[in-house]
Design a protein around this ligand. Structure first.
Ligand code: COA
Length: 260
């Protein structure tokens, strides 16, 4: 599948999706959003893809937001539809059933920060800058940012970022739990690749089930989440991959997982 604004390269079980509109700092216009919808639908069904890395082209940006030019003259109905479409894309990425690592290589602002937050977790280069500047445009975050940011960093810090609309650097983003780890820019792609390939070596079934346990469990009471965990442990525990993983440990060899 080829796109005008996205590159998708696959190797070693890892699909690297690069938003490729560097002259506009990879801003999300309708075409990019449509291509991301198609690309992630394809990746969901692609058995060879076990882990996805999402990043931005060029030296400056992950994604500098939704395309401001396209948002300048929306009617209320159009604006609501735009928000719902963006939210649906974020939900698709969050619920892909495979880990999606956001490799935040530069500015991740507005819709770009929301896109990163919809990923399973985030790594940042030391050049990254993150924020939700929408209030400065007379808007609020509309791709799930008002919901995911407080869940990630807490209500007070989220409201400070949303109401002030300021940018924070990668180290501050890590300090508040918005990113998991910061790497020097020159080692960034290689470092993220090492983690992604290590994860792609696990059983895809296990990754899918662990994502479900955490994702759905967070929406439940702890007791309900533990019941879900036990049921999902039952699914994993009876799988061929569990037999292979435990057998390989006892035989002191690397497991060969089959996603079954
Ligand atoms: N939508 C549309 N175009 C955007 C964009 C966005 N969100 N962010 C950047 N661009 C475009 C700029 O208009 C410029 O295009 P041009 O060369 O045709 O004029 C190009 O990308 C480069 O951006 P520029 O502003 O010149 O780069 P900079 O290094 O001076 O500043 C930023 C970088 C990220 C600080 C600045 O581009 C910015 O504030 N962008 C908007 C961020 C934002 O508010 N995002 C939330 C949107 S909901």
């Amino acid at each position: 599948m080829s796109f005008n604004n996205i590159l998708c390269e696959k190797a070693d079980g890892v699909a690297t999706v690069t938003i490729n509109r560097p002259d506009k700092l990879n801003a999300l216009n309708h075409e990019v959003i449509g291509e991301l919808e198609k690309c992630f639908a394809d990746l969901a069904d692609d058995a060879e893809t076990r882990v996805v890395v999402l990043t931005g082209a060029g030296e400056k940006a992950f994604v500098a937001g939704a395309d401001i030019g396209e948002m300048a003259n929306l009617t209320p109905t159009e604006a609501e539809k735009f928000s719902a479409r963006g939210q649906a894309l974020m939900d698709r990425i969050e619920n892909l059933g495979k880990p999606v690592i956001a490799a935040v290589n530069g500015f991740a602002l507005g819709g770009g920060c929301e896109l990163a937050m919809a990923c399973t977790f985030r790594y940042a280069s030391d050049k990254a800058r993150m924020g939700l500047p929408e209030t400065g445009l007379g808007l609020i975050p509309g791709f799930g940012g008002t919901q995911r940011l407080p869940r990630l960093v807490g209500r007070g810090r989220a409201l400070e970022m949303i109401l002030l609309g300021n940018m924070i650097d990668a180290v501050d983003a890590m300090a508040i739990g918005l990113v998991n780890k910061v790497y020097p820019a020159e080692e960034f792609a290689d470092s993220v690749g090492i983690v992604a390939r290590a994860m792609a070596g696990k059983s895809p079934l296990t990754l899918r089930v662990a994502l479900k346990a955490v994702g759905e469990g967070l929406e439940m009471t702890q007791a309900g989440g533990c019941r879900l965990e036990a049921a999902l442990f039952g699914v994993c525990g009876s799988s061929e991959d569990a037999r292979e993983g435990c057998q390989a440990f006892m035989e002191k060899r690397k497991p060969k997982f089959r996603n079954a």
